[in-house]
Ligand binder design. Structure first.
Ligand code: QAP
Ligand code: CO
Length: 173
């Protein structure tokens, strides 16, 4: 087990398309375990392989709500096979720390993929889980939630991000 370092905006790996996993071997299973550990350590509720610099199609999600005993969801080669409705949810991202904004997405999704032991899985989700699944699958296609903002919110992000970066380097001096 290991905690991996998380790539942050504007790291080019976050713009890359991840490739389908063709065999779930021990190195893939180790990556899944390490990704889960990295997500819990952060802490976060979702993580995609691009965010730890790997271009395999793998996501991990755990909403970490004690009342909602859903636990860890790890999906290899996830695919949205059905999407309906529309919601706006305030999103954040471990690769864009300190910035949050509302994003419009489908309200309900059905996601198909493989479990870490190679068995086909289908997840029907709504609410926060549906939003996080779409956010994580976006990462595998090279998109960040800030790419989905309208022009005004995008400008706000650019200004806020510059400020966050300069605050960070001032703190390091
Ligand atoms: C994706 O993101 C998500 O800015 C998962 O300073 C989250 O776990 C999709 C985090 C919410 C939809 C709604 C963000 C941690 C965690 C930060 C995360 C931060 C520390 C983000
Ligand atoms: Co993210």
């Amino acid at each position: 087990m290991a905690i991996l370092s998380i790539c942050t905006y504007p790291d080019p790996v976050l713009k890359k398309q991840a490739k389908p996993v063709d065999e779930i071997n021990s190195s893939i299973r180790k990556l899944i375990t390490d990704m889960a550990e990295t997500m819990y350590d952060a802490p976060g509720i979702g993580l995609a392989a691009n965010q730890v610099g790997r271009l395999e199609r793998i996501i991990v999600v755990d909403l970490q709500k004690p009342d909602l005993q859903q636990g860890l969801i790890a999906i290899v080669n996830p695919e949205i096979v059905k999407a309906e409705g529309s919601v706006k949810y305030e999103e954040g991202c471990l690769s864009v720390p300190g910035f949050y904004s509302k994003v419009k997405r489908a309200e309900r999704v059905t996601v198909k993929g493989l479990s870490p032991d190679g068995k086909p899985v289908t997840i029907e989700a709504d609410g926060l889980l549906a939003v996080v699944l779409q956010h994580e699958i976006d990462h595998l296609d090279g998109y960040l939630f800030v790419d989905r903002l309208g022009p005004v919110a995008k400008e706000l992000f650019k200004r806020k991000w510059k400020k966050l970066q300069s605050n960070k380097s001032n703190g390091n001096r």
